[in-house]
Ligand binder design. Structure first.
Ligand code: HEC
Length: 198
């Protein structure tokens, strides 16, 4: 075979590969409505956990999870994390439901079996190519993130009462604030009217 023919053959093969590549790309969905399969989620989580620097794996929580710290972290979660993760950590929130990948149910063993340091690392560094942002000051001493680890450990035991209290701390749209104001006004007015009639 002459050199010229070889080059033509090579071009043909590259052209064919390009066509096949474009075909597969257009077949892949870029929609975030579907959910990754169990296998994809498990492999992605394993890869992410492997990538966490070794020193974090055995790092104990830098704060003692007292009731006061837990209450603080609970309020922090309701304000900063619940939009995606939901107050109870299930991931069943308006945003969480349609994210790709979705936030996992953190009450389950896949999260709870991670070490404190691993959970801290994810909060403090976020997860690239997902919706999970990085929070707090970089490094291993961000106390707010360590306090959030206390709350994540508490998720499997969260009571309905605690969840109700958290709802009051969730970020609100101006419409919701106005609705609450009107409701309160109505209730106060109702109480006043009742006093007057008594
Ligand atoms: C904008 C949405 C969003 C917000 C806000 C958010 N997260 Fe996430 N988070 C995600 C997503 C999506 C994932 C899943 C990432 C993945 O699949 O690797 C995730 C994963 C995690 C994980 C890993 C869980 C596991 O099982 O490995 C932790 C821990 C976490 N988030 C903590 C937090 C905390 C604490 C906050 C608030 C300070 C927060 N997140 C705020 C979207 C969010």
């Amino acid at each position: 075979m002459t050199w010229g023919r070889l080059v033509t053959c090579g071009r043909l093969v590259i052209g064919l590969l390009l066509i096949v590549g474009i075909f597969f790309l257009t077949k892949i969905s870029f929609s975030s409505r579907s959910s990754p399969g169990a296998m994809e989620s498990s492999i992605a989580r394993k890869l992410r956990l492997w990538s966490i620097p070794k020193k974090y794996k055995s790092m104990p929580n830098a704060v003692v999870c007292s009731d006061a710290i837990l209450a603080e972290a609970q309020a922090h979660w309701a304000d900063h994390c619940a939009t995606c993760h939901a107050n109870n950590g299930s991931g069943d929130s308006m945003l969480g439901r349609t994210m790709y990948p979705p936030p996992p149910d953190m009450r389950q063993p896949a999260t709870q079996s991670q070490s404190d340091g691993e959970i801290y690392y994810t909060i403090n560094n976020g997860v690239r190519l997902t919706g999970m942002p990085a929070f707090g000051e970089p490094g291993d001493r961000d106390m707010d993130s360590w306090k959030l680890v206390c709350f994540i450990r508490h998720l499997p035991r969260l009571s309905p009462d605690e969840e109700r209290r958290m709802q009051k701390l969730n970020p609100k749209t101006p419409d919701e604030i106005e609705e609450e104001r009107q409701e309160e006004e109505f209730l106060n007015g109702g109480a006043l009217n009742q006093q007057r009639t008594n």
